[in-house]
Design a protein around this ligand. Structure first.
Ligand code: NDP
Length: 311
């Protein structure tokens, strides 16, 4: 079986940064790209908050730059999807979807997370044309326009508040008659004159010629008060949670209830010695490319130290 000192799983900013650092530490890492090479950045249009790009950069370009930088240091980047990791003994046996196996002395899980969507076909139709799952990434494009945020948790309130500082008006579409967010975030959202909270409301569809122009909503679905109506919006932001991509560990690595891998902060070490986690798969709070890149750096340094101490 092929053996590596360091196997990196994932090809977003965390994975590529880990690869750059691991290469420069002579760990000769193998990086497995995963099912959606490039990760969430490929779903955003312009990235304007990543230092080093004063004029902004597309998500595609940013990922390509990260990849090229890893290649410059001879990272062994391979297409593939990890389906299983045998964590019972080191080196860990990593199985890929094509049935091949790699023995890895250390693993850096940088598999990211995927935003949850409502499951409407229109969300795909208007992806990048008005639909987004990241206000911090895309909110700037909706200055002085009208947007909607879906969700009633802390993320939804936070995104609505962020957008309220940019947009002309923000609808917060909440399916229940109350917000699930922490009290302080609820109060901020409810008291913001730019935010109109639509309780008991679900989204049935989106419309617009080329770009998004509005949403079909239903209030009090399935009750005698059921009411269908439309709102005119330029942006539709999903904030109904994220699903971390940690299933391939099949429970062997400790996660929180939502599946985010637990790390021994400030280290990126997990409960299994030799397995490290970086980026959104271990980050329920920040979910920013720059934070993911930084944690990829930490994971590679942690793996290097681990190998020195456990040669
Ligand atoms: P949450 O799971 O807390 O909230 C998800 C929200 O989306 C809920 O209001 C839920 O509604 C709603 N929702 C889920 N599915 C649907 C659907 N199909 N249609 C409509 N609405 C839906 O996720 P968050 O991302 O908000 O937060 C995740 C964790 O991160 C939480 O622990 C949160 O506290 C934390 N966090 C903390 C922050 C901070 O402290 N600054 C910032 C952001 C997040 P319902 O209530 O009806 O289930």
């Amino acid at each position: 079986m092929e053996t590596t000192k360091c196997l990196i799983i994932g090809s977003g900013p965390a994975g590529y940064t880990a690869a750059i650092y691991a290469c420069r530490a002579n760990l000769s890492p193998i990086l497995i790209e995963g099912p959606a090479p490039g990760g969430q950045l490929l779903q955003t249009t312009e990235v304007e908050n990543f230092p080093g790009y004063p004029e902004g950069v597309t998500g595609n370009q940013l990922i390509e730059d990260c990849r090229n930088q890893a290649l410059r240091f001879k990272a062994d980047i391979r297409p593939g999807v990890v389906t299983d990791v045998d964590t019972s003994a080191r080196p860990f046996t990593v199985t890929l979807a094509d049935g091949s196996t790699i023995a890895a002395q250390t693993i850096i899980a940088a598999t990211g997370a995927t935003a949850r969507y409502l499951g409407l076909l229109d969300e795909l139709k208007y992806q990048g044309l008005g639909v987004s799952a990241c206000a911090t990434c895309d909110g700037f494009f909706y200055r002085k326009r009208v947007v909607a945020v879906v969700g009633g948790g802390d993320t939804a309130c936070e995104e609505a508040l962020y957008l309220a500082g940019l947009a002309k008006k923000v609808y917060l579409i909440v399916r229940k008659p109350y917000l699930r967010a922490s009290k302080i975030m609820q109060e901020r959202a409810l008291n913001n004159p730019n935010i109109e909270v639509l309780f008991n409301t679900n989204t049935e569809g989106l419309f617009g010629d080329e770009y998004l122009e509005g949403a079909h909503l239903v209030e009090h679905l399935g009750t005698p008060d059921e009411r269908h109506y439309d709102i005119a919006i330029d942006g539709f932001f999903l904030a109904i949670g994220h699903k971390p991509c940690s299933d391939f560990f099949h429970g062997a690595v400790d996660t929180d209830a939502a599946g985010f891998i637990k790390t021994n902060a400030p280290s990126t070490a997990t409960n299994i010695p030799g397995i490290f986690a970086a980026g959104d798969v271990a980050d329920p709070a920040y979910r920013q490319a720059i934070v993911a890149a930084a944690s990829g750096c930490r994971a590679a340094i942690d793996a290097e130290h681990f190998l020195l101490e456990n040669a």
